[in-house]
Design a protein around this ligand. Structure first.
Ligand SMILES: Nc1nc2c(ncn2[C@@H]2O[C@H](COP(=O)(O)OP(=O)(O)OP(=O)(O)O)[C@@H](O)[C@H]2O)c(=O)[nH]1
Ligand SMILES: [Mg+2]
Length: 233
């Protein structure tokens, strides 16, 4: 059994949970729990019936959920999975395997060779372009290693103590971007696995595109003072 926790990030995702439950590799993990952003649609009851506890958050936000997960767990590694249909359960174990092979931060990438994102068939691919721009900025300013294609995807794994050490502050969606930027600055080994992003199964989207985009730029700005300029220690 893996000394790792499978963390389900849940805010009203009962339809996704119902559809994906049979595919979740729960028996592989020493801990499986949800962090709940305040669900009222039966998500928590669905999980409880299957023996999966839910940890409440003091207030809403994915950033808060990441920190709550780190504090609630005693496992060595955390794999964050959002059961809304976008993420492929087959990649859960693959991400943990990356950590076992020496990676410090493993991300399921929706861009780059062999990957598919939900917008690939759309003409404008606006969200994909914003993601790509944010990733290019991150790579250009903060990173020395191989290119990271998907700096903001929430489907990722890292060591629990390392996450606590990052001392993140973001409350809402750009938590993943802050984690990646700080990981880059600290010279962590970041690896990615190509993934196929699916469509949302049910429920409602919680991330409105425009405010979330602005929030990412704010995170970028707050991380900039820590910028490591080339050639300086
Ligand atoms: N624990 C917790 N989970 C949250 C919170 N907000 C969103 N989530 C979960 O995070 C995941 C991603 O949220 P989405 O609304 O799908 O955001 P998104 O993936 O950018 O948007 P879509 O393109 O519609 O999928 C889902 O599983 C949500 O239930 C929160 O405050 N707390
Ligand atoms: Mg989603």
């Amino acid at each position: 059994m893996r000394d790792a926790a499978l963390v389900l990030l849940v805010l009203n995702e009962v339809e996704g949970l119902r559809a994906l439950w049979p595919r979740l590799p729960v028996s592989e993990f020493r801990e499986v729990f949800a962090v709940d952003g305040g669900s009222t649609d039966g998500s928590i009851e669905f999980l409880a019936e299957r023996g999966v506890p839910s940890v409440p958050q003091p207030f809403r936000g994915r950033g808060v959920a990441f920190r709550v997960a780190a504090e609630a767990s005693s496992a060595e590694r955390l794999i964050f999975f959002s059961p809304d249909g976008n993420e492929d359960p087959d990649d859960i174990v693959r991400l943990d395997d990356q950590l076992l092979a020496g990676s410090d931060l493993a991300i399921a990438r929706r861009f780059g060779p062999g990957a598919v994102n939900e917008e690939d068939k759309e003409l404008l691919r606006l969200r994909a372009r914003v993601n790509d721009t944010l990733s290019r900025i991150a790579n250009g300013l903060f990173h020395r290693g191989d290119r990271v294609y998907d700096t903001i995807n929430g489907f990722r794994a890292l060591r629990r103590k390392a996450l606590i050490d990052l001392d993140t502050s973001v409350k809402r969606f750009p938590i993943e971007y802050q984690i990646t930027l700080r990981a880059m600055q600290r010279g962590w080994k970041i690896t990615e696995v190509p993934t196929k992003e699916g469509q949302r199964i049910g429920g409602e989207r919680k991330a409105a595109s425009w405010p979330v985009g602005v929030d990412h730029l704010k995170v970028l700005a707050t991380e900039l003072p820590n910028l490591r300029v080339l050639g300086r220690p």
